[in-house]
Design a protein around this ligand. Structure first.
Ligand code: 0A1
Ligand code: ZN
Length: 880
């Protein structure tokens, strides 16, 4: 483990390399414990650089076992090798030269899952961000691009399959039962996109004919016997390929596209050129074992990795500070894909829920950083929701500001201008400026200023003059290293909703530029006047969530109810319902905090119940209306001095009030949404299940008995219904005999399916209340628990610390002490996983004083130990 290297890397220090890499030729002789890697690299000195400059390679836990210059052994005084670098001196001044570097590595011992490692007997690689340097010494940075030839040699019986990037060149047999395969990737790529997979796997095959008529072989490799569970992923892949041609004009560029599913993976998936490697959780699905959410995730992640072929691979990042260039843009692309495949408003609601619950807290806490950071200590810690999701929102705002056609023109220009290059955020923005003639200078602050902007609005309606005046202010909160912020360009989509529910078309707008329904806020304060407004209106602000901001506008419940009924933008209808429920949730939490009786006025629930029962609306949307803000959302709204037990108690009281107010409605909904025909994972059927399960939850709350959920569990014919029923049972009646029976039946039925057992752990890890910790500790001793499998650790420890606010934030601090011990143990094996789990502490300062002090003590306990660079970075920033 690289411990505590401590160096801070700054964007301002970026320099191109002294040497240009022309070609890479790799040979792997695979062995579980001693794999020999021979790298032949052809370089020339970059023109205009110091002719005496040495060539410095990155390494990580490497030992050099051979070094040749143009096939001749190098004299030891001409180079210096350490585990993390190789420096070669006295290299030719002008002519190209070839260095042959040999290393021996141990894939079996690689528990970090970076570089070349073994997962269930399969050799696989993970090189983003800096894993390639664990395979061989290399200029391991994204602006060093070259074509690769790869030869893999291995025992044939154990490894019939030998895969790498690009097109297959050929293969053959060697003696002693060994064989080889060679691959060539003509597209210059950085090392982080390198991949190798070897082993014995089953395959699902198909083909895709591209828009220019080329046939591409598609292969998805999974463990033998799991092939039927990869057919949905294959379908999603073909739909993604077609969509990228139709919407972005992007065609695939190799003869073959491969996906390999592995069970040990630190993240979701990886876009290696022509050879994506996936966490099997995002490939494998069938109705018996996958939920509707699993299907939606598979579709989105298959698309995301495929879309990287253009946004990330053909055009890559100049340096890791530009990570959002590929990630924010590619998330935007996969969001648009899912919106087109499913329901656009429902997808948008889900995106915004996710952004608010994950990215807003990050942006408001000690780990806040700009979409494009300007310094980092450990790049692995910057694969964040800020870079990904806020990065996507920033791209979406460019599309909103320019409009569809100019956005498309800008994207086309970007693909044309930068194909084959390692680009920057500035390059990207410039394409939109050049395509549209607009100045995006102020807009670019979105990349550089951290923190979620607050937009405050007050309204004044002049009935005599039929004029509406808005006072609009914006502030961007201080974040680590950024005390003072400049006003941002905020595209605020809005609707002025009249008493009769129609949307007003103002006669004039004064005080800010407006294009269509989008108001462009650019100053700290605007006074905006709309004329020709016939009656006192309600205001629907930030429609479709046009900007990732927090809007503060006091609106009467009657006005919110008007919007909830009449807005044409469905996202805004959902937002109005949420805004109606929030005061009740906050008041209830405050009352519980003070130990007062919780009083709930349920008039707010009328709008929610009306939407839930409205047959003109799609069921998935109605289910969203019934899903209250989470406890984390309420905590964020309360804004500090938080007591998770009080928030939980308050939310429970609100749920109960809604359940009672809507008792009849939920009964009819539950029946009306019964399955129609055989199971199908399509979005419409998933929506019906979502609405039915929401009704089940409210009915169970009203009855305060496990019978209905137990019956739903017994009758379920798909994993969505089964796991929902089990969740209701376990979370509401953890000690009921029905729950024990259901948990045991579930475990027995799915004991052989790791992804389903992950759900079993996760459901139990998130049972609220003080008893959760003891349960989690018991489950750590369960025969199914496996500390070396990241999915399993996330499903138990991760679910507990991220998704069980009352259990984790126990008032005695035992949850935090547990986390500290887990972090220290996991860090020794898998620093990336440990660092990510530790980000669960990012909002510790928002807790009430007693818990906050206990949380701090646990952080200090971690801080005092020898740590990986990953965990050191997170703990230091979290405590600062
Ligand atoms: N580029 C991938 C994310 C990714 C990043 C780092 C990894 O290392 C373990 C793995 C995957 C994506 O955006 O999907
Ligand atoms: Zn990505």
């Amino acid at each position: 483990m690289r411990t505590d290297t401590g160096r801070i890397i700054h964007l301002a220090d970026y320099r191109p390399t002294d040497f240009v890499l022309e070609r890479v030729d790799l040979t792997f002789e695979l062995d579980p414990e001693a794999t020999k890697v021979e790298a032949r690299l052809i370089f020339h000195r970059r023109e205009g650089t110091d002719p005496a400059a040495p060539l410095v390679f990155d390494g990580d836990e490497l030992t050099l076992s051979g070094l040749l210059l143009d096939q001749m052994e190098m004299a030891p005084e001409r180079y210096t090798a350490t585990p993390d670098s190789l420096t070669v001196r006295d290299l030719p001044e002008s002519s190209p030269f070839e260095l042959t570097i040999t290393t021996i590595i141990n894939p079996q011992a690689n528990s970090q899952l970076m570089g070349l490692y073994r997962s269930s007997g399969i050799y696989c690689t993970q090189c983003e961000a800096e894993g390639f340097r664990r395979i061989t010494y290399f200029p391991d940075r994204p602006d060093v691009l070259a074509p690769y030839t790869v030869t893999i040699i291995a025992d044939k019986a154990a490894n019939p399959l030998l895969l790498s990037n690009g097109n297959y060149l050929g293969g053959g047999n060697f003696d002693e039962g060994r064989h080889f395969a060679a691959w060539f990737d003509p597209h210059p790529k950085p090392a982080y996109l390198f991949a190798l997979v070897a082993g014995d796997l089953g395959v699902v095959e198909d083909t895709f004919t591209t828009m220019s008529g080329r046939e591409v072989a598609l292969k998805i490799y999974v463990e033998h016997g799991k092939e039927p569970r990869a057919t949905y992923a294959m379908d999603a892949l073909k739909r993604s390929m077609k969509w990228d041609e139709e919407v972005f004009g992007r065609e695939y560029d190799l003869d073959i596209f491969m996906i390999v599913a592995v069970s040990d993976f630190n993240m979701g998936a990886m876009e290696n050129k022509g050879l994506n490697v996936f966490n099997d959780k995002y490939v494998l699905a069938d109705p018996e074992t996958a939920t509707d959410a699993d299907y939606a995730n598979i579709e989105a992640i298959i698309a995301h990795e495929y879309f990287h072929n253009w946004t990330g691979n053909r055009i890559t990042c100049r340096d890791w500070f530009q990570l959002c260039l590929k990630e924010g843009l590619t998330v935007f692309r996969d969001h648009e894909f899912s919106a087109d495949q499913r329901s656009r408003p429902v997808k948008r609601i889900a995106e915004v829920r996710h952004l608010r619950s994950e990215q807003f807290p990050e942006d408001a806490g000690p780990l806040a950083h700009p979409v494009r950071p300007d310094k980092y200590r450990e790049i692995n810690n910057f694969y964040t929701t800020t870079v990904y999701e806020k990065g996507s929102e920033v791209t979406r705002m460019i599309a909103t500001i320019l409009g569809r056609d100019l956005f498309k023109k800008g994207m086309d220009l970007y693909f044309e201008r930068h194909d084959g290059e390692a680009a920057t955020v500035e390059d990207f923005v410039k394409c939109f400026e050049d395509a549209s003639g607009r100045d995006l200078g102020q807009f670019s602050l979105w990349y550089n200023q951290a923190g979620t902007p607050h937009v405050t609005v007050t309204a004044d309606y002049d009935a005599a003059g039929k004029a509406l005046t808005l006072e609009i202010g914006q502030t961007v909160p201080a974040t680590p290293g950024q005390a003072d912020k400049k006003p941002m360009h905020i595209p605020l989509d809005l609707a002025i909703v009249l008493e009769d529910g129609t949307i007003a078309v103002p006669a004039s707008v004064d005080g800010a530029e407006m294009t269509g329904s989008v108001l462009h806020l650019k100053e700290a304060r605007h006074t905006v006047t709309f004329t020709g407004i016939a009656s006192r209106p309600a205001l629907s602000l930030n429609r479709s969530f046009s900007a990732p901001v927090i809007v503060r506008y006091e609106q009467k419940p009657a006005d919110l109810a008007l919007i909830a009924r009449h807005e044409t933008d469905l996202f805004s209808r959902w937002q109005a319902i949420t805004d109606l429920a929030l005061p009740a949730l906050k008041d209830a939490a405050r009352a519980a905090r003070k130990g007062e009786a919780i009083q709930i006025d349920v008039t707010f629930a009328e709008a929610l119940l009306a939407v839930a029962a409205d047959p003109a609306l799609e069921p998935a949307f109605r289910a969203q209306a019934l899903t209250l803000p989470s406890e984390a959302d309420i905590a964020r709204e309360l804004g500090g001095d938080n007591d998770p037990d009080a928030i939980h108690a308050g939310r429970e009281a609100v749920l109960t009030a809604i359940a009672r107010a809507g008792a009849d409605a939920f009964g009819s909904l539950f029946d009306a949404m019964a399955a129609e025909g055989a199971y199908s994972p399509d979005a419409a059927s998933a929506g019906r299940r979502a609405l039915r399960n929401a009704a089940l939850l409210y009915r169970t709350i009203a009855e305060d008995a496990p019978a209905l959920a137990a019956e739903a569990f017994a009758k379920a014919d798909n994993m969505t219904d089964l796991s929902q029923a089990l969740t209701v049972l376990a979370h509401r009646f953890p000690e009921a005999p029905e729950t024990h029976a259901a948990l045991a039946a579930f475990e027995a039925r799915f004991a052989e399916n790791a992804l389903v057992i992950d759900k079993w752990f996760q459901i139990q890890a998130t049972i609220p209340g003080e008893g959760a910790l003891a349960r989690v500790m018991r489950l750590k001793e369960d025969r199914h628990f496996n500390e070396n499998n990241p999915n399993r650790v996330r499903s138990l420890v991760g679910a507990f610390v991220f998704s069980n606010p009352t259990g984790f934030n126990r008032a005695d601090g035992a949850g935090y002490r547990f986390l500290a011990e887990e972090i220290l143990r996991i860090d020794a094996k898998n620093p990336q996983l440990a660092a990510r789990l530790l980000t669960s502490m990012r909002s510790w300062r928002q807790l009430e004083a007693g818990r906050a002090e206990l949380a701090r003590t646990a952080l200090v306990r971690i801080e005092r130990e020898a740590l990986s660079n990953d965990v050191r970075d997170i703990v230091d920033r979290t405590l600062k």
